[in-house]
Design a protein around this ligand. Structure first.
Ligand SMILES: *Cc1c(COP(=O)(O)O)cnc(C)c1O
Length: 404
């Protein structure tokens, strides 16, 4: 490839969707608050939070990271201990890698004491809708995966029980962890986390709640659910620029194991590679936190659910849309089937890209280009008026192409 002589092209890149109505589930709850926008500029310089660091990020008093990590965050998550990480996936990997290492040690100790060494791999049991990042985290930690069957609607405790039993049969031992995606990122279905946690504990298996779509959006509390680990995504659901995530753990022993210190440097935590989110990502997470705490109060979240249901009913009224998953719905992430849009795509000039074009013209962003028949979207944070604008736009498009 020839050298690029136009390096200026990288300097200012306009983002054309910035002022659009945003219905992209990935983005709706990651939009910065005013306070976070200010923090982004104030703390945007690299390593900006390290002025007063003595080697452990979570102990920095100025800015008040220590207060955040050791008081506000664990209280918010309902955990004994917490850390700010680089994302939900890094948090899941840290937990899996720790548990995989502990399991390996146990096996090799047992093997040196007796002849019946078990060579079977260690594994994690996950729900059928587990995110790819849960899978690659397990792979990177050297773990195999057993998933539950795909259920009709939501994942049931029995699905987990069956998967655990399948795993025990296949590997001759229990999984080192169960993982529940709460809610799943496609349908926005909320399983009964409390029951699934209790089931996992009946087998004496720790459970991790993947709250990438719940922590920061809705009320979730690890202690109330009885889960051992909880992870959240700052850039997805906590109005932070990211990449940033949160990790909480219950139980003193589990916390000590997870946040074990380096043999070479007594303040550095091994699983965190000594330091995680620094600079603007953690500062925007903290700046948005007061608003995040407010918006996750039950009565505020209830409004979001009402808004989502209002949108569903506007679409269902037309007879041209079908909601998948739990209905009445309990989350802002929604998955629709839209045969009307599909019909149009078969005859429109731009084919299946017509919907993207039509929405862009109406300054609505967030349905993946090329999707028409099935798509997911979110109404998080939108006013009822804006939600009506989106519903009206969908209907206008169907009318424009004589589908209603
Ligand atoms: C987005 C998403 C993730 C990844 O979050 P990161 O913070 O970007 O690692 C994990 N799980 C689910 C269910 C998600 O939707």
């Amino acid at each position: 490839m020839a050298a690029n002589n136009n390096l200026q092209m990288f300097q200012y890149i306009k983002r054309d969707t910035r002022d659009f109505i945003n219905i992209d589930p990935l983005q709706t709850a990651g939009l910065l608050t005013e306070a976070a926008r200010d923090a982004l500029i104030e703390w945007g310089d690299g390593y900006s939070v390290c002025d007063y660091c003595n080697g452990a990020l979570d102990q920095v008093k100025k800015p008040p990271i220590q207060e955040f990590v050791h008081k506000a965050l664990p209280e918010f998550l309902g955990t004994d201990a917490a850390r700010v990480m680089n994302g939900a996936r890094e948090s899941k990997f840290a937990v899996m890698h720790t548990l995989a290492g502990a399991a390996k040690n146990k096996t090799s100790n047992a093997a040196s004491n007796s002849a019946n060494k078990t060579d079977a791999a260690d594994y994690v049991v996950m729900d059928a809708w587990a995110h790819y990042s849960s899978k690659v985290a397990a792979e990177r930690a050297g773990l195999e995966i057993v998933q539950t069957e795909k259920p009709e609607k939501e994942i049931m405790p029995e699905d987990f029980q069956n998967a655990i039993e399948t795993g025990i049969e296949k590997y001759g031992k229990k999984p080192i962890l169960t993982l529940l995606t709460y809610p799943d990122g496609n349908y926005g279905n909320l399983a009964d986390a409390k029951k699934i946690a209790a089931l996992s504990h009946e087998y004496e298996i720790p459970i991790l709640l993947n709250g990438a779509y719940s922590v920061g959006r809705m009320p979730v509390n690890a202690k109330e659910f009885g889960v051992d680990y909880i992870v959240g995504s700052g850039h997805k659901s906590m109005s932070a620029c990211g990449p940033v995530g949160v990790l909480g753990v219950n139980g003193e022993e589990a916390a000590e194991q997870l946040f074990r210190k380096s043999a070479y440097n007594k303040v550095k935590e091994v699983e965190l590679l000594g330091c995680t989110s620094r600079g603007a990502p953690i500062m925007t997470l903290m700046a948005s936190f007061p608003e995040v705490v407010e918006r996750t109060k039950p009565d505020v979240w209830e409004k979001e659910v009402e808004h989502a249901r209002h949108f569903v009913s506007r679409l269902e009224e037309t007879g041209k849309f079908k909601l998948f998953g739990q209905n009445p719905h309990n989350h802002d992430v929604m998955f629709f089937e839209a045969p009307g849009f599909f019909n149009i795509s078969e005859r429109a000039k731009r084919g299946r890209y017509f919907l993207y074009d039509e929405l862009k013209e109406r300054k609505i962003h967030g349905i993946k280009p090329g999707l028409t028949k099935n798509f997911k979207m979110s109404t998080y944070g939108l006013s009822i008026e804006t939600i009506d604008t989106v519903a009206d736009s969908f209907i206008d498009i169907l009318k424009k192409y004589d589908e209603i």
